[in-house]
Write a protein that binds this ligand. Sequence first.
Ligand code: PMP
Length: 442
Amino acid sequence: TAAADQFIAGPTNAEVSEADRSRVFHSWSAQGALNPLPIAGGSGCMLWDFDGKQYLDFSSQLVNVTIGYQHPKVVAAIQRQADKLTTIAPAQANETRAKAAELITDIAPEGFNKVFFTNGGADAVENAIRMARLFTGRDKVISRYRSYHGNTGAAIVATGDWRRIPNEFARSHVHVFGPYLYRSEFWATSEREECERALHHLERVIQAEGPESIAAILLETIPGTAGIMPPPPGYLSGARQIADRYGILLILDEVMAGFGRTGEWLALDAYDVRPDLITFAKGVNSGYVPLGGVIISDPIAHHFDERVFPGGLTYSGHPLATASAIATIEAMREEKIVENAARIGADVIGPRLQEIAATREVVGDVRGKGVFWAIELVTNRDTKEPLGAPEMGKLKAGLLERGLLPFISDNRIHVVPPAIITADEAGRGLDIIDETLAAHRP
Ligand code: PMP
């Protein structure tokens, strides 16, 4: 097999780790304490290291590899494009870019007919904010404390969760609490109460800040990195109504939740809400080549018919990236991968996680849909005290040892496998989670 060939012929884990540590400066890390997992190759939902150990991927890397590793149709499309043309400037016209934009706008709601391409999610958020500011002539952006929007200028200050890291440059960004019933900021005891109070809070903050100063409300349709919290019914449509009342735009960030992850093409499809701008990246081409962008509603697109949009990126709509997006979207349609994500979530992951929660005291909460789930681990179900970092570290080691690559964030295990996962594979991964929790001793 490809796996076997690769580890017989190639370097060892130890050699790759050493080479990596000596030269690569890593994201989100203290450089002295690095221990990145060596990965040699992958196929479908499986990854393997340089010594031949295999992992079932329950992380999709950074929750982007929706279509799995080395999908033959996507790899072939990249190869065909590489033979034809490998780079093109933003100002030039190219059939691959145009076709990708057409497929992406086909997925978006009615009245979204233009795509601005970026290289990933953070720059998609940057440009959506820029468009909202230019369109409204207003400055402030409201987003949630529990959010992740990227790691560049405006995106990092929109990201509320990371205000734990002092950021004195967060001018013009205002944060609100969103609905999160398990740890309600509003003393709510039901989804309905949580929703009503979160919307009341949002509107009061807007009034206090001065509505005429606010360009946009920026929300992940389902907050991802900050805990995978599907909004209660009525929250997003309520935010839309509040935005309309004050002439504020609504930006929905679909970078993580979009393109199949939730068992819908866009996460917003499950909610009665119409944003003004939609950001995307990750699942659009499963990260095979860096790509993201903003899907723009007609009034905002037309605003720039006569006015210059003063923004751009050298690699906007790069041909290898857009070719891989076309192949990804077409393969997802042909192979019914979005439908698979919905079914696996409803029939396998959801029920099994509930079962695990019923028998394992350490599980405090289970939530999600599609292939987008979180379980929250606590030391005590009454106090809901989060399991600490050393305990989470031990659990992570236990999962890896048993052949599962998890996505762990704070006191949570995010169950976020590729959307192509089969019921058997999902069951196997959930068995490993259950076994690891069972073996866990505080
Ligand atoms: N928005 C959301 C909702 C995300 O989850 C992420 C990445 N995790 C980003 C934006 C930033 O994307 P990128 O890392 O591609 O810049």
